[in-house]
Design a protein around this ligand. Structure first.
Ligand SMILES: CC(=O)CC(=O)SCCNC(=O)CCNC(=O)[C@H](O)C(C)(C)COP(=O)(O)OP(=O)(O)OC[C@H]1O[C@@H](n2cnc3c(N)ncnc32)[C@H](O)[C@@H]1OP(=O)(O)O
Length: 382
């Protein structure tokens, strides 16, 4: 059974006063089911993730009860920023195995209003190793600063290369009416913004947001009964190289190389065949390093290419066309799901002012945090 994405939707994003984690899950789910043309009782699989603001021991069970459904397969998955892609990979496997016909994958969190930005940043700092990192104040931005410094030393990455990423993505976000950060951003502003973790400045860092997103992954014949806008899941792959920053095998070469290679082999495609890319951008350096590890650019060449407009809507690799985690928003596992929702919209030709002309193939990638767990998807126009 070929798996397809038959429905995709996201909630509002940003500071959503009064929002709750479960309400955002339910809102995203209702919208994705409506998009798929599916009733809730036709869903036989539910996959969800986790919440920082309202932690639950078994989020999937809580969600099912809250939403009033009783799927035959249900689980909560946690793979950091790779979670959304991992949910799609697991749902596709359930469909291929004939276990489920319509799997709902949903992620949401209210971490901006639920924890406050400083509370969210403090909670994220807890992911560091309890013995070797947390006592020394290692934060997530600081860990990525180590990656940035090493890429500067080994590959000639410059502050301008990183700033060009945040400026390009802000330009994309300004074309998306729902994006959280839509003010104009210039190279000068990006390069002179306050330092967060040297060499990463404010606009090198992703946002903290409230929001949610959901997808329906169906068997192709099941989807054909309720929609003609499904998007094919052509390939997927995953790689886990380490857990904590201190154990990274390399500060410049990441597991996305293997996860993407698996996905490309399954799809029978190469990076040159991709029309639009939605790639995890927790920090500007995350994206730059991934672009080179995956093979979209040779080592040391992504930065100059980005300065030349490679990631623009009419560039060689239109990338993070909704604005990404840097400007669209980042709400835990939902942050990665926003990338997938955007890929679906691009392939359906529904991306409005930010549509990439003739987009037929999309590459999506999630990175678990400190570049550990990696999961890649390749989607295609059905
Ligand atoms: C583990 C995984 O699962 C994988 C991952 O995704 S890793 C990524 C996880 N997420 C993070 O690490 C979050 C990264 N971001 C941050 O830590 C914070 O945004 C930051 C430290 C960069 C700034 O936080 P701060 O200093 O407390 O900002 P603060 O002084 O409150 O903000 C002032 C203004 O700056 C702006 N601002 C804040 N953060 C911003 C950002 N990242 N980009 C652009 N503007 C930002 C806002 O306009 C804000 O005004 P409002 O409050 O009106 O919105």
């Amino acid at each position: 059974m070929t798996p397809v994405i038959s429905g995709a939707a996201d909630t509002a994003i940003g500071r959503l006063d009064g929002s709750g984690c479960m309400a955002l899950h339910a809102e995203a789910t209702s919208a994705a089911l409506a998009d798929a043309g599916l009733r809730a009782d036709e869903v036989d699989g539910v996959l969800c993730a986790y919440s920082l603001a309202e932690p639950h021991l078994m989020l999937s069970s809580v969600f099912n009860e809250y939403f009033g459904i009783a799927p035959s397969y249900s689980a909560a998955v946690q793979a950091g920023g790779a979670t959304a892609c991992a949910l799609v990979m697991q749902a596709a496997a359930l469909v291929r195995a004939g276990i489920c016909r319509n799997v709902l994958a949903v992620c949401a969190d209210n971490r901006l209003t639920g924890l406050g930005r400083s509370g969210a940043v403090a909670a994220l700092a807890e992911v560091g190793h309890p013995q070797f990192e947390r006592p020394y104040g290692m934060s997530i931005p600081a860990a990525y600063a180590l990656v940035a410094r090493r890429c500067m030393y080994e590959r000639g990455v410059t502050a301008e290369h990183l700033a060009a990423i945040s400026v390009t993505q802000r330009g994309h976000a300004r074309r998306h009416p729902k994006a959280q950060a839509r003010d104009p951003l210039t190279m000068e502003q990006a390069l002179s913004a306050r330092m967060i973790a040297d060499p990463l400045r404010l606009f090198d860092c992703c946002l903290v947001s409230d929001g949610g997103a959901a997808l329906v992954i169906s068997a192709a014949d099941a989807a054909a009964d309720h929609t003609d806008r499904a998007v094919s899941i052509l390939g997927y792959g995953q790689m886990n190289t380490h857990e904590h920053a201190f154990a990274m095998p390399s500060l410049t070469d990441f597991g996305c190389r293997q996860s993407a290679a698996q996905a490309f082999a399954m799809a029978g495609l190469t990076p040159a065949d991709i029309d639009v890319a939605e790639i995890y951008d927790s920090f500007t350096i995350t994206l730059l390093a991934e672009l080179e590890s995956i093979g979209f650019f040779p080592k040391g060449e992504a930065g100059p290419a980005i300065l030349d407009g490679a990631l623009e809507l009419d560039g060689v690799l239109p990338c993070n066309t909704h604005g990404g985690l840097l400007s669209y928003g980042h709400s835990g596992a939902a942050g990665g799901m926003f990338h997938i929702v955007e890929a679906v919209r691009q392939l359906r030709g529904e991306a409005e002012a930010r549509q990439v002309a003739g987009a037929e193939t999309a590459f999506v990638h999630g990175d678990g945090g400190i570049l550990s767990a990696h999961c890649s998807l390749i989607l295609g126009r059905a």
